[in-house]
Design a protein around this ligand. Structure first.
Ligand code: GLA
Length: 688
């Protein structure tokens, strides 16, 4: 397979020529050349234009488009259009339209109008994928297959229920095991026949947590099977072309991206910040760190350990991934569209490249005149090429072309443990608080590390973690015996761990562990919790270091750990809030609340320094993000100024965007960026 991610950084986006008369296509290619666009996703929602009636294909327009792009030097990520079946399919197969948990069958008129478990849908999806493969698998413009778009919809129809029962039988073996895992003795839910089990449809009152969790796992596997059968077909047509699908990020997504990562040749993610303030930069950094964590699995079949002690990936093991879609000139929040300030497009794009993305791709190339997303941002906006937006698109293309030499992994000695199943389980009803959220806890811990100047990797339970000095466990609610053993071995061997509240409370079936919280991790953390004290949404628990906690507090008894911070005031006055425990050769911290951002930042900074880790660029001023990529002896320092003031960072090397030599310090303009090929400072010993 040709892993072209060794070549120049990718720049481009979703290109929908089917929305435009052919007369626009030549201008498109000319503008792409001007902007240095070198990769576009084509055909992603073009099914009804490619197969206007069942089995009759109209490829002539796509032939012309691919030839034009190829002649213009633009490579193609050719999509299978299976996220938007044509109207004729829904009319012929009304039973393939998706059904909500309330039993409402959804209709045509949008995208994703199918149930991925329905045989009729799977057949036509494979048929159009096969037709595309027959025609284009050896087209010289083809660089990547882009299967489907953002797998993420769900369904509760009868086909799904049947498939769910088969999946459950394979997972649990027999009904006795399933009844035990789901604790069906509660509320008379004992199943005596597989046929009695349905998907977790709308119920009178709270649903069974085990059933909800298994349904999420099942659905992730079902979507994966739908992806994998297209992939296998495309692979057979030309094994040299890499294949991927674009991950949609969000805690609502019923996909375990870490599990999927070994099934794609290249991890590709879509990321749209939902904040317009500084939160956008924090979300961008987290999304990119998640993608890199999945990419490590994709690259090696399993995650590679980072170089021990020094942090960073060993040379040659750097996994590439790709930011496949983001909005170029706007941030789209739920309520309104925010136009990015000058410099923000470049900063966001380089934040992804700094964290290992092999370029920056956007939704979309040209803003359409109609359709549901007619006001979504585009590299060529409604105003046309004579616009600030397009000039910024050109500037970004130029900047990316100057970074071709950047390669290698991201230096990091800290990893956050992220787990889709814990995220799903903490969305179940019937928990002690509605504010519990694994992903929000991951984001809070990541934000604290980010603000303290540390680059954080992400890993999944069970991944090799020998090379990390500090592991952070943000509300890792589900901990199997195997995961508990993995954590014990890590700390016992000298690792540092910081776990937050609710970690280890339940097993992999979401059954609460007995004997005191945090269940599976009591001995490792040296604490025992008898009672929770969830906090109201607007309440705070005071801490004796001057900080506050939110969301959660608990009665913590020490069984070996030392108190580092105590609660101050209220029923928990003077009781431990944050503890530290020596375990084997390592250290395990426990944080029983969600500290405010400043307190959390200090806490993680202390934990990191105790573990022997320093920030990426200790001299970087507040508000300047620093990320280092390293490949063997070469290293590149990305400096992103998120403030509207000029900033100075002591450094030496060559600044690649401006091609200037830096002898003492980089001066970053307000909201500006710099990428420095660092000059190696030889150590005294090496210097002789
Ligand atoms: C995702 C989808 C695109 C488009 C954008 C809008 O990236 O893949 O088709 O809907 O979101 O933000």
């Amino acid at each position: 397979m040709v892993m072209w991610t060794d070549g120049p950084l990718c720049y481009g986006g979703d290109y929908n020529p089917e929305q435009w008369p052919a007369s626009v296509w030549a201008e498109d290619v000319a503008l792409m050349r001007r902007a240095r666009v070198n990769l576009v996703t084509v055909g992603v929602f073009a099914w009804s234009r490619l197969e206007p009636t069942p089995g009759r294909y109209t490829f002539d327009w796509l032939d012309r488009v691919l030839d034009l792009l190829h002649a213009g030097g633009v490579r193609v990520a050719l999509a299978t259009p299976t996220a938007a079946p044509p109207p004729w399919f829904s009319l012929a197969h009304p039973g393939a339209l998706p059904v909500t948990a309330d039993g409402v069958r959804l209709h045509h008129g949008s995208r994703d109008t199918y149930c991925a478990a329905t045989p009729a849908y799977r057949q036509v999806a494979l048929r159009i994928a096969a037709a595309l493969a027959d025609r284009y698998a050896h087209h010289p413009a083809l660089a990547l297959w882009h299967v489907h778009n953002e797998y993420g919809t769900t369904c509760h129809c009868e086909h799904t229920a049947r498939a769910f029962r088969q999946w459950l039988a394979a997972r649990h073996g027999d009904l006795a095991t399933l009844n035990d895992a789901w604790v069906t003795a509660f509320w008379s839910q004992h199943y005596s026949d597989w046929a009695q089990i349905s998907t977790p449809r709308a119920t009178q009152y709270l649903a069974n947590p085990g059933q909800l969790l298994d349904f999420r796992r099942f659905w992730s596997d079902t979507l994966l099977a739908a992806y994998a059968e297209q992939r296998d077909l495309l692979r057979a047509a030309n094994p040299a072309v890499p294949i991927t699908t674009n991950y949609v990020l969000g805690d609502w997504v019923p996909v375990d991206h870490a599990r999927w990562a070994t099934e794609v040749d290249l991890v590709a993610v879509d990321h749209y910040p939902s904040a317009v303030d500084g939160g956008a930069e924090e979300q961008t950094a987290l999304a990119a760190d998640l993608a890199r964590g999945w990419a490590r699995r994709a690259a090696t079949g399993q995650p590679a350990a980072v170089a021990s002690g020094t942090g960073g990936m060993p040379p040659g093991a750097a996994p590439a991934w790709l930011l496949m879609e983001t909005a170029p000139h706007q941030i789209h929040t739920a309520g309104r569209m925010h136009t990015k300030e000058p410099g923000r497009l470049l900063r966001h794009a380089l934040a992804h490249v700094a964290r290992g993305s092999h370029g920056a791709m956007f939704f979309q190339w040209r803003a359409p005149t109609g359709g549901a997303e007619r006001f979504h941002g585009a590299l060529v906006p409604h105003a046309g090429p004579d616009s600030r937006a397009f000039r910024d698109s050109v500037q970004l293309g130029t900047a990316l072309s100057r970074l071709a030499e950047v390669s290698g992994g991201v230096e990091s000695s800290v990893a956050l443990v992220v787990d889709a199943a814990s995220g799903w389980a903490l969305r179940h009803p019937g928990l002690p608080s509605t504010l519990l959220d694994h992903h929000q806890e991951v984001a809070a811990a990541h934000r604290a590390l980010w603000r303290a100047g540390y680059a954080g990797d992400t890993v999944s339970p069970g991944d090799p973690v020998d090379g990390y000095r500090l592991l952070v466990l943000p509300a890792l609610y589900l901990v199997s015996d195997a995961t508990a053993g993995w954590l014990r071995a890590y700390v016992h061997g000298g690792g540092h761990l910081l776990a937050t509240y609710l970690s280890g409370v339940a097993d992999e079936h979401a059954r609460v562990r007995l004997g005191g919280y945090p269940g599976a991790l009591r001995d490792l953390l040296g604490v025992r919790v008898e009672e929770f004290h969830p906090l109201a949404a607007d309440a705070h628990a005071r801490l004796d270091n001057g900080g506050t906690g939110r969301i959660w507090a608990e009665t913590l008894r020490l069984t070996g750990a030392d108190t580092i911070v105590s609660y101050a005031g209220g029923v928990l006055d003077a009781m431990p809030a944050v503890t530290r425990h020596r375990y084997g050769a390592g250290t395990a911290w426990y944080v029983s609340t969600r500290p405010d951002d400043t307190t959390y930042r200090r806490l993680l900074d202390t934990a990191a320094r105790t573990a022997g880790i320093a920030p990426v660029c200790p001299a970087a001023p507040e508000g300047v993000e620093a990320v280092r990529r390293r490949n063997g002896n070469a290293s590149w320092l990305f400096l992103l100024n998120h403030t509207d003031r000029e900033q100075r960072v002591p450094a030496r090397g060559t600044e690649l965007l401006s091609a200037t030599t830096v002898r003492q310090a980089v001066v970053l303009p307000p909201n500006g960026v710099a990428v420095l090929r660092e000059t190696r400072v030889e150590s005294a010993a090496a210097g002789g």
